[in-house]
Design a protein around this ligand. Sequence first.
Ligand code: PLP
Length: 411
Amino acid sequence: MTDTIYLDNNATTCVAPEVFEALTPFLIDEYYNPSSLYDPAHGPAEAITASRKQVARLLGKARPDEILFTSCATESNNTAVFGTIAANPDRRHIVTTGVEHPAIFSVGEDLQRRGFEVSFVPVDTDGQIDRVEFVRALRSDTLLVSIMHANNETGVIYPVEELSRITKETEPSIIFHTDATQTVGKLPIDLRGSFKNVDLLSFSGHKLHAPKGIGALFIRRGTRCRPFLLGGHQEGGRRAGTENVAFIVGLAKALELAMENHDEDEARIQAMRDRLESELVERIPYLEVNGKNAPRLSNTLNVACHFIEGEGILFQLSAEGICASSGSACTSGSLEPSHVLRAMHIPFSAIHGSVRFSLSRYTTDEEIDKVIEVFPGIVNNLRRLSPYWDVKKNEPRPEAMEMLTQTERPQ
Ligand code: PLP
């Protein structure tokens, strides 16, 4: 084990030892192609069947044939959108939000370029969806609504139960999709109960201690959705390609573990996150919690540090052995501030200085202590280099104060 303090669990998680143990036999001993007819191939085929049943049961007694295994949540999201478009060519209007993960947001932008109408419903400064705008966006010719269950950057939770109900009450034929990549195993999902109006639901194994390279898409029976990958009969003809048996087994095991330990893990994770949050807020001036007044995932803390750059903070955290993130992993490396924070109208002075800490059941109190110890010093050092900061007074320069409320770069 290294001394790395890993607080980037919304980007990916380590594989749980129990998951590793469950999946390895299918890499080494039972490696046969599950579609083959000889006896040894029956083991892998049965393992897929059992895993599918397990995943379906744990998501609120879905039917096993409603679970499609994919390679990742990006594939699940793309299948949900392009599959419904292909199956319903008469409708060309889609409703989503301005804060979706790029695996939906960029797909929406791409569809706009191709002549589809896409309504990106706005959010408020806490990241919460504008319900009036949401209802206004729904039309009798809307094909699909896609709203994430929780945001990967801020942890803000969206009222999927309510939004899917409103959608069906407005027009029962609208298909409702949710990207639940950050919530499966963390929040209750009952596809026969509270989520009964959700037709499609995406998630990914590597956010819940299964390996990277496995995902799933729930497709409610009767939902018109064409296959995205053609060329084989696997997954009931809905996704061609030899199944990733080992990782399917790993995904089912990871979900089982997450559900079994949920209550205990969540209470401990939330206590650590809350302590981190209150200590940072207390010790660091001009620091704000993004999404503060919204319901949020208990493992996520996204803080905006005014007058400094998130990248600088991340480098210095990294030098202390601490892994965090300045946005979603997919947008890091770009100088553009995250579209999520922009949609939330985070002030210009803070939008570049946002850092996300995301915890897991393997996070310890000692790790949180270390962040609380080093983070204020890092922010202070970087502010001393900032042109907006008065080093002598240890406060923002007077001309920088107005930036605290501006969302655009001052001219
Ligand atoms: N959707 C959300 C909300 C995510 O957080 C992520 C990954 O960060 C994805 C989709 C894409 O997941 P994957 O890496 O499995 O494609």
